[in-house]
Design a protein around this ligand. Structure first.
Ligand code: NDP
Length: 253
């Protein structure tokens, strides 16, 4: 029997990138899955996956998402808050619109979804939430001020949910490092010499490679599974060892 057969999972932002890999992994392991994004259903999404057009920053959209998934599959046991955006700016460069975009998706979106889904999870006997944070929520990436701060919020909210809503609801966060998606490409594109920046970043990975969306999906599924029944309120870094190293330059010491 598959690990998630009979389970209902909502994954936000599953149209591409890390979210898509998480959606596909849940489907492969027997879950009924609904995902969402701000636009129309992506053509390549597996036909088994249900799609809702929803902007997670809008409470009314999240309410529609909740009704849609409950009408289709029944109560949700697994919520993965993956949807996120980044704006590559310092504080002084950031506009009010940047604040609304980043804090709307990355902070308010996670809050909206948790608030919408936790009561039903509790009534249905329990559930697991996995929030996608970032190593940027711990170590500041240059010119990513709002993004870095938004991910620190995600880590903090994760702990509060675990404390306030256990034992029925477990809540953990994953902190991905450099995972090769459109978001990572956009970050490298900012460098004066993107190719050099990529080579330099790669050299700092003890794992010898950047991450793939599937690397993150495997960790998310474990955290959502009963194998992680005693794990809650924690953050798990998956960065190929990038943040394990001292910042001192090798060769100089
Ligand atoms: P992508 O940009 O490839 O995908 C982001 C997804 O989120 C898209 O499907 C997008 O869909 C959706 N999305 C964005 N805003 C909203 C919104 N307001 N409402 C609903 N859906 C939304 O990014 P990644 O796959 O790389 O990132 C996924 C998560 O992982 C994010 O939270 C990101 O911060 C985090 N992360 C990524 C890292 C990386 O290296 N790639 C590193 C660390 C963390 P649409 O645009 O159609 O709405």
């Amino acid at each position: 029997m598959s690990r998630f057969s009979g389970k209902v999972a909502v994954v936000t932002g599953g149209g591409r990138g890390i979210g898509r890999a998480i959606v596909d992994a849940f489907v492969d392991e027997g879950a009924s899955v609904m995902t969402c994004g701000r636009g129309p259903r992506p053509d390549e999404l597996s036909s088994e996956v249900h799609w809702a057009r929803a902007d997670v920053s809008r409470p009314e959209d999240v309410e529609r998402l909740r009704s849609a998934v409950e009408d289709t599959f029944g109560p949700v046991q697994i919520l993965v808050n993956n949807a996120g955006v980044q704006v590559e700016k310092s504080v002084v460069e950031s506009s009010d619109e940047d604040w609304d975009l980043v804090v709307g998706a990355n902070c308010r979106g996670v809050f909206n979804c948790c608030r919408a889904f936790i009561p039903a999870m509790q009534s249905a006997g329990g559930g697991a939430i996995v929030n996608i944070g970032s190593i940027s929520g711990v170590n500041a990436d240059p010119n990513m001020a709002l993004y870095n701060a938004s991910k620190a919020f995600v880590h903090g909210l994760t702990r509060s949910i675990a404390v306030d809503h256990g034992p029925l609801v477990r809540c953990n966060a994953v902190r991905p490092g450099w995972i090769m998606t459109e978001m990572a490409d956009a970050a490298f594109a900012l460098a004066d010499d993107p190719q050099r920046a990529k080579q330099d970043a790669l050299a700092r990975h003890p794992a010898g490679r950047f991450g793939s969306p599937e690397d993150i999906a495997r960790l998310v599924l474990w955290l959502a599974s009963d194998e992680a029944a005693f794990v809650t309120g924690q953050e798990f870094t998956a960065d190929g060892g990038l943040t394990a190293a001292s910042p001192l330059q090798p060769g100089l010491f």
